[in-house]
Design a protein around this ligand. Sequence first.
Ligand code: ADP
Ligand code: MG
Length: 557
Amino acid sequence: MGKKEFKAESKRLLELMINSIYSQREVFLRELISNASDAIDKIYYKALTDENLTFNQSDYYIKLEADKESRTLKIVDTGIGMTEEELETNLGTIAKSGSLAFKTENEIKDGHDIIGQFGVGFYAAFMVADNVTVISKALGSDQAYKWESTGTEGYTIEPTEKEKVGTEIILKLKENTEDENYDEYLEEYRLKQIIKKYSDFIRYPIKMDVTKSKKEDDSDEYVEYTEEETINSMVPIWKKNKSELKDEDYENFYREKHYGFDKPLKHIHISVDGTIRYNSILFIPENRPFDYYSQEYEKGLELYSNGVLIMEKCADLIPDHFSFVKGLVDSEDLSLNISREMLQHDRQLKLIEKNLNKKIKQQLISLQRDDREKYEKFFDAFGRQLKFGVYNEFGANKDTLKDLLLFYSSKEKKLVTLKEYVSRMPEEQKYIYYATGESIERIDKLPQTELVADKGYEILYFTEEIDEFAIRVLMSYEEKEFKSVSSNDLGIDSEEEKASEEETAQNKDLFDYMKDKLAGKVKEVRVSKRLRSHPVCLTADGEISIEMEKVINAMPD
Ligand code: ADP
Ligand code: MG
């Protein structure tokens, strides 16, 4: 028996699709606007090779018209239109993409401007409408056609009148139910909101008649009037030339995007033309969001595919240690999932993430070098996250992060980097010394710091619980190991150490007696040469400092 073709139950398939591929109903508008934009792009491409066609940018637009009385929303475009046959094949066949075919037929290699590829977006209209009418006149044709469908009952096509080339899609919105309200898609503010959210960077103007009011010249009364307005910004800031943009433009964008109420401390504008092409604008916020160190905080960047918003918070684009970074990525090279809400390959995201990780680090390092005050402000807000980053994932990111860390220095009386510390070390100094405590004032008074400080060595003060954990993972910096000032062997002055050993032996009986009295509290009592003004101090046995022991003991099992 020969091979048989699958038969799809189109009605069921359509229903399934309409109700399951999109998580939000509002994206129907994104899909219809994207189609309109594609239709205009097609004229643009045709004009590139057809001498009889000129493409006059200003003739091309998309327009939304809402009519509350008839509960219809109309999406009008001046694109290439559809012939009778195209209406039949493109809108009558699920998963048939005329746009994908157009790209192949015209061998448009850089056809990345054309958004369509799956042949399902149009049907998203049925999420909000129970009747969809498409009136279209194709470029180069005299006759217009009307396609009409209620979704599940099939469609009809008949000749109709239309003056201009292009397409009009008329949605008769569904009746409101108790749970669902469709009227919102007739409201000016709501339509504007959806356009701004998903289609702000469509290259052609998306117009709407908006209601305004003004004061009549010689009266106190306001009068309402309507005026046609372009809603979308068209050219995304990340596609503009960096040299044309001022700090202020980035700041405005940050505010417009609601990334935060603060001002960005720094912006990073990236254009990459490598294996995967993308543009990105990233911001380092000035203030820590109130929920930053809580479960509620969600990291992520906005993800755009060719100017159309795909995901609002794509967590895979940003590593945890830089989770404070806000911004977006726009790429033409993403393999989208059919719903356009997900990607097919995370390999692409991984590549971008790796790249962004590198760039963010570079930018932070240069901020540290060029504007220390700003960097300290940044570190005050997000430094703890960097230390967690060193500690987490078994130290996989420690090399990325070690140069970004700052610690208070006993000598400089301010925050210093590990690099600065090591560069100042006297030749005979073996270790990077640190002391842990609740506060700088407290550590200043620690007897254990005296010997190290007396030697003229710098001590890093660890005042946060995470500090010592992070440093344990780092282990060393430029081959210098870290050493707690309260550890047994400080690696200083072997002669003094020897003398103290001798003295301890001579007074064995006394110390044994003391140890006995302190049974269970200390392991050993001995003479110390590291004290200067204090008579006695406690030191830790082994590699863990007393402070760290406290933290570990306080941890839930
Ligand atoms: P896709 O956009 O992924 O191709 P759609 O289901 O959104 O799939 O649209 C199917 C096809 O219908 C498009 O590829 C295009 O050929 C045609 N089409 C849809 N809307 C329009 C329009 N406004 N103008 C011209 N052609 C359109
Ligand atoms: Mg489409």
